[in-house]
Design a binder for this molecule. Structure first.
Ligand code: FES
Ligand code: FES
Length: 166
């Protein structure tokens, strides 16, 4: 067993977990944050994407112990039911989902994209989302949602692409 201490969606978390516990397991099973989905468990689909210290990571490939000391944001941390975040609201406005299984991971990857790049041409957006698979093939509306969220961010005075990782 190993003790992990981190912040999740702004709140401090401390747990004793098996050394082999994955970050996605900690989030879902220990913390009840079931918005983070497991679609493959082999780093293919992106449904488990969260932000760790500002970077988008596939939480099925990160040990909980590796995230210890870090700051995690999940889809639940992007907004509240009564005050959706820009990316969440954009998915509603653009109908960016069908079954919704890929949606939390897509939202986190898009949030990261807007943080770190935010170019609004389709090819650029498609390349940024290539690690996230939508089995319903709803990519056209997802790309519309990216642009919608970007415009909402800029309207709120938050510039795009300002957060860089080494
Ligand atoms: Fe992590 Fe598919 S569940 S990439
Ligand atoms: Fe169904 Fe993407 S909306 S997998």
């Amino acid at each position: 067993m190993i003790k992990v201490e981190l912040r999740v969606n702004g709140a401090p978390v401390s747990r004793e977990v098996d050394d082999r516990t994955l970050l996605v397991e900690l989030l879902r099973s220990e913390l009840g944050l079931t918005g983070t989905h497991v679609g493959c468990d082999t780093s293919q689909c992106g449904a488990c994407t969260v932000k760790l210290d500002g970077a988008a990571v596939k939480s099925c490939t990160v040990l909980a112990a590796q995230a210890s000391g870090g700051e995690v944001v999940t889809v639940e941390g992007l907004g509240r039911p009564d005050a959706l975040g820009e990316v969440q609201a954009a998915f509603v406005a653009c109908h960016g989902l069908q079954c919704g299984f890929c949606t939390p991971g897509m939202m986190m990857a898009i949030d990261y994209y807007l943080d770190t790049d935010g170019s609004l041409d389709d090819a650029h957006i498609r390349r940024a989302l290539e690690g996230n698979i939508c089995r319903c093939t709803g990519y056209v509306n997802i790309i519309r949602a990216v642009k919608h969220a970007a415009q909402a961010r800029m309207a709120a005075g938050k510039p795009l692409g300002t957060h860089r990782h080494g």
